[in-house]
Design a protein around this ligand. Sequence first.
Ligand code: 26V
Length: 731
Amino acid sequence: MEFLIGRLLEDAAINLGLRDVVEEVLDGLGLSFTALTEDEPDAALGNGGLGRLATCYMESMATLACPAVGYGLRYEHGLFRQSFDHGRQIETPEDWLATEAPWNFTRPESSYGVGFGGSVEDVEGRPVWRPRARVRATAHDTPVVGYGGKWANTLRLWAAMPTADLFDLERFNAGDIVAASNHEALARALSRVLYPSDSTEEGKELRLSQEYFLTSASVQDILRRYLTDHTDLTGLPDRVAIQMNDTHPAIAGPELIRLLVDDHGFAFDTAADLTTGVLGYTNHTLLPEALERWSVGLMQKVLPRHLQIIERLDSREIEIAGPRPDGVGLIGDGAVKMGDVAFVTSHRINGVSALHTELVQRDLFPVLDRRHPGRILNVTNGVTPRRWLKLANRPLARLVTDTVGEGWETDLDRLSDLERHLDDPGFLEAFGETKHLAKQRLTQWLDDRFDISVPTGALYDIQVKRQHEYKRQLMNILWTIARWQRIRRDPDNGGQGWVPRVKIFGGKAAASYRAAKDIIRLINDVAEVVNNDPVTRDLLRVVYPPNYDVSMAEKLIPAADLSEQISTAGMEASGTGNMKFALNGALTVGTLDGANVEIRDHVGAENFFLFGLTADEVVERRGVPGHARAAIEDSQALRDVLQAVAEGTFSPDDHHRYDSLLDNMWNNDWFLVASDFDSYDAAQSEVDRVYRDPALWQRRSVINMSRMGYFSSDRSIREYMAKIWDVLPVV
Ligand code: 26V
């Protein structure tokens, strides 16, 4: 359902080996390559990490010549545009299609009908689905060029088109003008907007319809392609693999079974076996609010035939794996559990980091795992080094090539050669210079675009990601307040001075996510006070450029000294920003969560600022009554901070602005900001200590970067190819 693409011109130019040629030619014409690339809209057909991962994987599959198609929806409006009004997030519609989309190839010949609603009739003992409405899906293709230009794949986005045959002329002529256009309205709505929420459940019926629209068109396209070269559908699992990116397309199992049974005459069990052979399911979150469940009533209304198939799959699960405890099954509490549907229709289920996979096995699917042992496996996420180093950080990429030679782009383990230069003063100086350049580039951009001025000599401390309570941007800003109070109390820090810090935040909150929006406002309110305080100005700045997107990430990440990966342990499935930062030489302050665990294993514990409770301790701590209050009372620093917020220090015009946030801190604190605060504070002191020793910091920075080979998305894709898809490169 999501591809967070960003811009493609420079990416494609790099992968075709033409970037510098293009720039030179444009120079000769008096045109700027950078200006040209910035004319391209940043395609944000995704919310965050899940959609960005899909895009890195598309690029890696093209690079590895893994023949693949990425299927998605061609949303008219991508993720909303974010601005701030007196610190408050304002959402306005995004309009990436307003200008001509140069990558788009419309394929009117690839078009499928997708049915909705209606009823299932019994015709001579066979179920026949008679949908109430039909919508046409039309393909819009974008080429995805692999590095080296030897292979390209297709990203195929479906647009829902209101077509003439949808218009109910009879009804219209009978005077029922509104009802006659109902189908048209459904068609227009299906690919109108990306769901801007990554946690709440709004517009359920439309969301389910979008998911089915994507899935049905894609599965039909896959069968059509298979049947142009083969006649026997029993060979499908040997030729086709479908990977479901979370449960959003989990209706793929029932849909493929439906097509095999209803259209191709297969017996149910054969169809189900073929389907399981084809499908794989990647889980990307344990958050209960993001685990999809559709009420039986809604399923009956929108997809009556699929509901029958799911019921049949449920009985089949008992036939295959034996009697099961009560309360276990594909349907429970009047709802269809899409995670369970995805599980039973897949031959492999994977989590996205080692820790996350353990939790998927232990907490999410304990019963299904026991009943179908060996299906769950881990594939730790990765990021493409082409975009996240070669494109985003050209000076550093050039230094890498000069130091370890060509080829690291497709063999990222070669970065380990950098470690041989840890004592080479020439290399270290050049390395330091690349960080300085990245900071200069960022400062220039902040100044040009937002009129924000920040010093380049400071430690750049960055947290960019979706705004969510579990990611704990709140802990970061509360610590920033503590720092501000300390500087004010003792401006020269007992004679040793303060390490100047620029705290940078970026990220959007779902429009309906009240708590996350309060935190955004607090960050902006704090920025207003701190940045205008003559005592602290030179030592502490808070910056929150609005409308964080892929292009902004490309500017921020190279400039980071410190990467904030501070989620409540057990809640961030993997994280991928954490990898991008370390790849660009930032050190991480982080919890033992998601891929942080493996990053720390790779770079060495001594090169990672660890703090906080472990996932198991988090569960235990939540069970202690009054844990939040107790933790606050134990921490002088945190008490001072909360008091300042309560007194309206950052909201002088409205002392009650943060009442709800404070109440939650004292009386609930599900995300354990208070319990981890002192530990975070200690880690931040250690950050200061190391930063005061530039040689030590730089050494750790080089080590971090040099050990990031494992986190290339090429490694992840090779694992999917070998362990799940059973496919070899075609070049
Ligand atoms: C759920 C929903 C539900 C309501 C409508 C919109 C919507 C959109 C997305 C989601 C699922 C969110 C899951 C997700 O984004 N997981 C992230 O996946 C990343 C890639 O694996 C991973 O690095 C992040 O840790 C994880 O949070």
